[in-house]
Write a protein that binds this ligand. Structure first.
Ligand SMILES: NC(=O)c1ccc[n+]([C@@H]2O[C@H](COP(=O)([O-])OP(=O)(O)OC[C@H]3O[C@@H](n4cnc5c(N)ncnc54)[C@H](O)[C@@H]3O)[C@@H](O)[C@H]2O)c1
Length: 255
């Protein structure tokens, strides 16, 4: 699918991988619709875009808020061609810690945002994509989810995060199959460790330890490298139903 003139909805578009995707797609002629929490820096990201875009705040877990955000995107741009699900949270907690068993509330919260939030936006965006005129390949849309290598090698304290991202990986193929009849492709990117605000609080020592586990290149990924892959997925009609690791051959150790 052509990126130029496409309308690209990006959840978590106010920061990190989502913000870099908005910039990449905008630089290549797309209109970016940022969906993020009202408190996010999405308004600042909007100012950096090279083409017209919009920020329509919503919590991805809310049916009503996401429906309204999608309606706002349609009102401004008329259709939605691409959805990139980047909104996510990482709360670490051991199953059994010094304070006792892990909080069920925190576990549920991570699943709700990362897994259920991804599905919520996907289903609502797909309903709009179904209304698009197909292109010469029969495509009406492309959906890109963001999992993590923690879906495969979750570390100590990552039960909730890994379960949420494992769910995203597991639903990639069935959603691709569900949406094949309307010409919408679905892929997932499973990033390793990327330099984003999610890692901003790490000490230099923790950062060095992370890098040491990455065979090559021995550095954290750049958000622009995630965005490059997202654009390629949109442009390559044969990519569908697949999860692609983007990790410099990293295989996470237990901690
Ligand atoms: N940075 C990494 O190394 C890395 C690695 C693997 C996976 N990921 C995944 O990539 C995605 C993006 O991560 P990032 O590093 O850019 O993080 P980030 O914290 O910079 O950005 C996440 C964005 O999601 C938004 N968000 C959180 N909860 C939301 C909600 N309920 N509704 C709407 N928006 C919400 C935040 O406001 C924020 O703008 C996440 O799903 C994360 O799990 C990141």
């Amino acid at each position: 699918m052509d990126v130029k003139d496409a309308v690209v909805v990006i959840t978590g578009g106010g920061s990190g991988l989502g913000a870099a995707s908005a910039q990449e797609f905008s630089r290549h002629g797309a209109r970016a619709v940022l969906i993020d929490l009202p408190s996010s820096p999405a308004p600042d990201v909007l100012k950096t875009l090279e083409r017209d875009g919009m920020f329509t705040p919503a919590d991805v877990t809310s049916e009503a808020q996401v429906s309204e955000a999608i309606a706002n995107a349609i009102a401004k741009f008329g259709s939605i061609h691409v959805l990139i699900n980047c909104a996510g949270i990482a709360i670490g907690e051991r199953t059994l810690g010094r304070q006792g068993p892990a909080s069920l509330k925190r576990f549920s919260k991570v699943i709700e945002v990362n897994l259920i939030g991804t599905f919520n936006v996907t289903r609502l965006a797909a309903a709009e994509m179904a209304k698009n005129q197909p292109n010469q390949d029969g495509e009406r849309g492309v959906i890109i989810n963001t999992a993590s290598v923690a879906a495969f090698e979750g570390q100590i304290g990552q039960a909730a995060y890994s379960a949420s991202k494992g769910g995203v990986v597991a639903m990639t193929l069935p959603i691709a199959r569900d949406l094949a009849s309307i010409g919408v492709r679905v892929c997932t990117i499973a990033p390793g460790t990327f330099e984003t605000p999610m890692f901003a609080t790490l000490t230099e020592a923790a950062r060095e330890a992370l890098k040491a586990n990455i065979p090559f290149p021995r550095r954290l990924g750049k958000a622009s490298e995630y965005a490059m892959l997202a654009r390629h997925i949109v442009e390559n009609p044969m990519l569908n139903g697949e999860t692609i690791r983007l990790d410099g051959a990293l295989r996470m150790p237990p901690k």
